[in-house]
Structures are given as C-alpha cells and as structure tokens.
Design a protein around this ligand. Sequence first.
Ligand code: UDP
Length: 505
Amino acid sequence: MAASTELHFLLVPLVAQGHIIPMVDLARILAARGPRVTILTTPVNAARNRAAVESANRAGLAVELVELPFPGPQLGLPEGLEAMDQVAKDPITFFHALWKMAEPLEEYVRALPRRPDCLIADACNPWTAGVCELFGIPRIVMHCPSAYYLLAVHNLSAHGVYDRVGDDEMATFEVPNFPVRAVGNKVTFRGFFQYPGVEKEQRDVIDAEATADGLLINTFRGVEDVFVDAYAAALGRRTWAVGPTCAFLTMDDDAKAGRGNRADVDAGDIVSWLHARPPASVLYISFGSIARLPAKQLAELARGLENSGRPFVWAIKEAKADAAVRTLLDDEGFEERVKDRGLLVHGWAPQVTILSHRAVGGFLTHCGWNATLEAISYGVPALTWPSFADQFSSERLLVDVLGVGVRSCVKVPAMYVPKEAEGVQVASGDVEKVIAELMDDGPEGAARRCRAKELAAEARATVEEGGSSYSDLTDMICYVSELSRKRSLTSSTALHMPFAAAELV
Ligand code: UDP
C-alpha cells in the first residue's frame, strides 16, 4: 500500500450532523491507512467538528479541516445558518445556497499546488461533480443511509411505483424485486429530495451518482450484504461497504463525547451516573439532530417513561428552545419527579459515550442511519420510533431483518397524523408497554440481546484487518491510486489541463 501514503483525499460532507459525523469518522479511518485527508465544510460545521479532527491530529493522523464560506446570505438567509438542524423554514432556499458552494470549492481547488487524488462527496452534494470534472479529479459518492433504503427507493422509482401511486401518498405497495418482503407507502419510503420545489436538485443527485467513479456506503456486509450487492448491480458502479464508521473505536474519550457537536452536559457526569446503574438496565432516548416530537406526543412519551419505572437518559433537544417542553419539564415538575432515575440532557448528548456504556440496555431511537449503526455497533436493542426520510427503512431492517428491535408503533411521519390527534401516535400506556417489551427479561428479550451482541462483535470485526469493510476500503484506496496514476500520465502530456504544469515540476 506504499502508493496510498502519497494520496490526498478531499471530503465534502453534507452540512448535517448525520452526514458530517460519518465523514469525519471516514477521514480518521482513511488517514490511518496512509492518505492525507482534507475535510471541507462551512465555519459553523467546522466548529462543531473541530474537537474530533484535533483528536485525530493528536493521534498522528493527517486530517485537516478547511472552511468554505456558506453562500446563504447571498440568497437572503441569516448569517450563521449553515446546517440542516438550523433550518426551521424554507429548506428550498437553503438547498439553493448549498448548490452555490461549487464556487468556493472551485476557488479552493484552483489554489492548491497539486491536484487532489480523489474527492469523496456526500450523495446530497452533486454540485461537486462539475468542479471535479473541471480539474480532472476522480469523484466518489458517499451514501449515509442504509443500502436497504437506497435499493428500495431505486427499485420503487425504476419500476414506476412512485408514478403509479402519484398523489395517493398512503397507497400501500410492496417494493418490487427486493431481497426481502417490504411493504409500505410513499410517506414511509420517500427518497431524498423527493418533494416539490427541488426537482432539479433530485435530478442532479441521480446524475452525479450515475457518473461517479464509485460509491461508498456506510454499512457492512454482516447486516446488508444482499442489499449492497443488489444496489451495486442496479447502479452498475463499483461499490464499497466501508462501515460502520462508528465502530472504528480509536478515538479518545473527549473526541467520542464531542462527536458532531460540543455536548451540553459533562460526559464524565453521565458516565458516573451510568456507573451507578446495573448492567443493561438503562433506556437511552434520542431523536437525533433534526426530528422533533410534537408537544403532545412528547408529553405522552414523558408520562409513559415515568410510569415505566425504568432508569433512563433522555437527550431532549426540544428543552433548549421549546416553551411548551420547558413547561412540562419545569412547571409541571416532570424533571423533579423522575430525578432519582431519569437523567435529562437539555440539548446535545454524548451519544456514543452513553451507548457504549454497559449500563445501557435499550435505545429508543428515531432510526437515523447513524443511530441505527451505533445501536448495532454497541450491541444495544432498539425501540424504533421513526420520523421521516430513510428512518422507516432502518426500522424495518432492525425489526424485520435483523431481529434486534421492537416497534413503538409509529405509522407515519408526524405531519401526516390527523389534526385532531395533535401529532400523537403512541399514547403513554403504549409507551409503557413497548418499553417493558424491549427491556423484558424473558426469553424473547434475552434472544434479542444475544443477537445484538453478536452483531456488535461482527461490526467490530468488519472494520479490523481481515474484515470485509477493511478490505473494501483497501480496494477503494488501491482503485483511487490506480486512477490517479493513470490521470497524471494523461495530464502530463496535456499541458492545457489545470495542475499539469505544477505536476511536471
Ligand atoms: N448525536 C449525538 N448527540 C445527540 C444527538 C445526535 O451525538 O444529542 C449524533 C448521533 O450519535 C448520530 C448523529 O448525531 O451519530 C445523528 O445522525 P442520525 O443519522 O442518527 O440522525 P439525524 O440526526 O441525521 O436524523
């Protein structure tokens, strides 16, 4: 692998925590194998991820974080609004601004003394394609959802199912030509950018994937073998399953606690609190960086949790800004009543620090793909509470395919719940029931826990030397090395190409 020591990768994540976190993980993993890695993102996102990059540097890894300006203010967006979790309204203007990042990216690349060997772009950043074409840089697309979801959306589209159901978003269908039986409707199988106003962006995403030099998926063959192979065959692109990136556990405690953002709680305090609890007794609750529960639903969840009598840690980001939630927690006394067994994190929690603690025995999750991979990698059975996008697919994978989850019985994204229900899909009594089922000490609970531990062992083995994700990454690095060698031979004979002169020196 001598050639890889000279390789330089640019990584361009989508500006959302669920996409930057695995890219920063990937940067560490790549750098540990030899290449030099530069992560390009906006100032707000860079600040949130600097701790993880600095920890990589302390470990001697050549990872660099470079800021590119976010063009939001040019389109009237407020200064500092640079990440998906900050977008309360008008996502369309946000995406238009994101697409304009091609300009600062081009400027950055033009000023480099030597052409990078590869650019890895999030699948939602197709605007990088033109820059790569201009400078002759090989481009790999990185997918952050599961292969299950990618294949389902691809097949539904290729077989005309979305067109057939049209506006009837609740019409039930079965995913055609799929390795397992999967039944749902448009609202639980919606593709990224599959809504009015971003049709051009959706086409760009599809085109950029079809012309990429290869595809990376943050998953592993132990859980998604058939879906990865079927997706690679459907797209006809070289595809590498290199995850789960979160199972690459070489980061120090500080970096782990500050993954994706500075935690709003002292990680050491949480660890001490968990140390005082019996193994596998605590339920951890988080809805990720974007999904928000309607106030009434949140109150039902709180009541169910209280009545369950279980110890829990709840990352309740709504507590920071939502007055109704503060009233529930403070004025109505929820936090005080549960204080002997419930720990509330008002904001960003050190999620992998919590999930990797042996006291945690269940994870009530919104089924974001990273949360799903973290549950799998740390061997924690899941209580699934999906909210939107690929989350219903992750639920199906956890419960129906892998057998490590229990459904909370959420049926649709909150916006599709009839008005009179005020967003409530799971009443407090049902919350209590499903928590009891997940944390159950009987044979079903034991089998689920045992399966979860087996998958966690597989997840760790797959990223170590000899594992399939390790081999896929080796293959990807060799492929880039070969592409790069061929392209520099071509550019050294074509002096009009950018970088050609510099590379001849
Ligand atoms: N996360 C965290 N603390 C929080 C909330 C989320 O560390 O309080 C991390 C979580 O570990 C995961 C990522 O943020 O790596 C969220 O990605 P995911 O795909 O689970 O969901 P999304 O936020 O994209 O919906």
